[in-house]
Structures are given as C-alpha cells and as structure tokens.
Design a protein around this ligand. Structure first.
Ligand code: EAX
Length: 328
C-alpha cells in the first residue's frame, strides 16, 4: 500500500528560483511539527528544506522534527517566542487564546470546499490574519492545510447527534470545539495532540476528530474501529517563525524563507488532497467502519449546531464571517 501510495502522490517539485546571497553567515533552522513523518505536512516540510537549503547554497541548514519531538503545538509556539526553536506550523485552533480572530476557522461547516479555503487564506483575509499573528515574538508567513475533520470512536457507528450521547470526545484546546461537541450531546475533553494516542489507547477518551491522513499516520485507526465522514470543520495550518531568529536573517533570506513557505503550502495542499482520498480507502480496506453521511444527515448535524454558530458569530463579529461567506 505504501509503495502504491508513493507512486500516485504529487512528486516533490524541482526547486525553482535563483540562489540568494546572504551575509556570509550560516544559520540553523529547526522546524518542528506535531504530526508524524508519514503526514502530508511532513512531506511539505521536506520540500521546504529542499528549497531553503538549495537556494541559500547550504548557508541555511534546515532540521526537521515531527511527532511533537520538540514539544506539543503550544509548547512549540512558546519555544519560538523564547528563541529556542525557529519554526513550527500548528493548527490555528489551539492558538485562539492568543489570536481570537482564528476562532472563525473553528465555526462548523464554514468552508464548503477546500478551494474556498484556499481563496480566503491566500487572499486579503488570510494576509490580514498573518499580519495580526505577527506579534508577541512570532512572525506568521503562510498557510497550509490540515483539512476537513472526521469523527472517530471506539464504541459504535455515529450517524446522528443522538448517537453521541455521553461519548467522551477529545477536542483541540479550543472553546468552539468544546461547544460543538457539548451541543451535540457528547462529553468533550480538551487536550494537546501529543497526548491523544495514549488517551485513546487507555480509554481516557472514546473518540477524537481529525482528517483521514492524521487518523492513519498517527495510528488512531488501531484503537478506533468507527469513523464518521462528518467534514464538520476545515482546519488550516499556520506557518510561524521565531521573531528572534527572523531579525537575525538578512532580508534576502527572509524573502527566501517566505517564498519557500508559500511553495510548501501549495505543494502540501496538493499532497493532502490526494492522500486524503487514498487514505480513506485504505482505512476502509483495513477494516475501519466508515459511515458516509447523506446530505440529510449532514443537515441534521448542521441544524443541531446552529446555536453554536449564532453564539460565536456574535463573539467573533459578523463582518469577518460575512467576508468569508462572500468568497464562497
Ligand atoms: O495539528 O490537535 C489536533 O487534533 C490537530 O489536528 C493536530 O495537532 C494537527
């Protein structure tokens, strides 16, 4: 399966662009993420490494870390602020406590298609958000895709909110996600992604929600027999740099890192979309019971979540939501 997956995957593109002259100094750029080495995200990082090392002629050495080796999402962000880690790319959701506007991405069923998400993130709204997030020791330079989230659990097939009664669901550390699962009747517990496999394995929680790629690459399917293709939230990844590191970089290298992060984002989205389809099929082949919701069943979830949407619309501000809606 792995060999087959590799042949169908968008290949890593040739590095484009001229060599960039720095200031003669050498730099080490440690880039850490929470997902594993077999994630679409990690493939994106490999491309980033390739671009930055080639175009700086090795003056910037990129070191990649996966599986939260250097800390979970929030710890990695703190490390950027402290200047002990140069780059990370978390989901936007755990960062809502720092950047309240990111909450908009956690609204249920906001993005009808990935292309709409691309248009919003790569357009004026996304640019504005990168600016807003470039504070407190962080420089935000680009977007990539975590993707549409699907519910998994160890107990039973879930096709209606009624099936969720009392189910212990891990959520990201984010108040909207907590509200979503509470409103649907589940019993949500926020925790970092780094703790999740163990919590599922030990039955601390019965279920979780993440895109298909993460479900497989983090081996959640080994401890979760059921999945529901709910597509309830589309989560972006945001690419962040330590401001302390950024200030040391000559302008040309800042430009190079920014371009590389954008190229990484474009490539990673392609890989993610291709893997997503393939991996869903692999999970089915491996015996996971996946329920595909009918449009009517999706509507039932949407209707149940209308109060969450309305409540957070007020807190987030209707203008931003309307601007995003106008894109789709
Ligand atoms: O960033 O916490 C989560 O479930 C995220 O989807 C995961 O960390 C990937």
């Amino acid at each position: 399966l792995t060999a087959q997956a590799a042949t169908e995957m968008p290949v890593i593109p040739e590095v484009q662009g001229a060599v960039v002259q720095g200031d003669g100094d050498d730099y080490t750029l440690k880039f850490s993420i929470g997902t594993t080495q077999s994630s679409a995200q990690y493939r994106g990082l490999e491309y980033f490494e390739d671009i930055v090392e080639k175009r700086s002629e090795g003056h910037i050495q990129v070191e990649l870390f996966h599986s939260a080796q250097l800390g979970d999402d929030l710890q990695a962000v703190s490390a950027l602020q402290a200047g002990t880690l140069e780059m990370t790319a978390p989901s936007t959701s755990p960062l809502v406590s720092m950047f309240p506007q990111f909450a908009v991405f956690d609204l249920p069923f906001l993005f009808p298609t990935p292309e709409v998400a691309d248009e919003v993130l790569d357009g004026e709204i996304g640019d504005r958000m990168l600016e807003t997030a470039s504070t407190n020791g962080l420089v935000a330079i680009g977007w990539a895709e975590n993707g549409y989230r699907q519910l998994t659990n160890s107990k039973q097939a879930v096709t209606t909110p009624g099936d969720l009664g009392g189910l212990k669901v891990r959520t990201m550390q984010n108040p909207i996600h907590l509200d979503i699962w509470r409103t649907l009747g589940a019993n949500p517990t926020p925790m970092s992604f780094a703790e999740l496999f163990t919590a599922l394995e030990q039955g601390v929680v019965d279920g979780q929600e993440n895109p298909w790629i993460t479900i497989q690459s983090s081996k959640f399917n080994e401890v979760q027999g059921y999945a529901t293709e709910s597509n309830h939230v589309y989560t972006p990844f945001i690419t962040l740099v330590s401001e302390r590191f950024w200030k040391k970089l000559p302008d040309g290298y800042q430009q190079l890192v920014t371009e590389a992060s954008q190229q990484m984002g474009d490539y990673e989205r392609e890989v993610s979309r291709s893997m997503n389809v393939q991996i869903k099929q692999e999970l089915i082949d491996e015996g996971m019971k996946i329920t595909e919701l009918t449009p009517e069943q999706v509507a039932t979830f949407q209707n149940s979540l209308a109060p969450v949407y309305d409540d957070w619309r007020e807190k987030i501000g209707g203008k931003l939501i309307d601007d995003i809606r106008a894109v789709s």
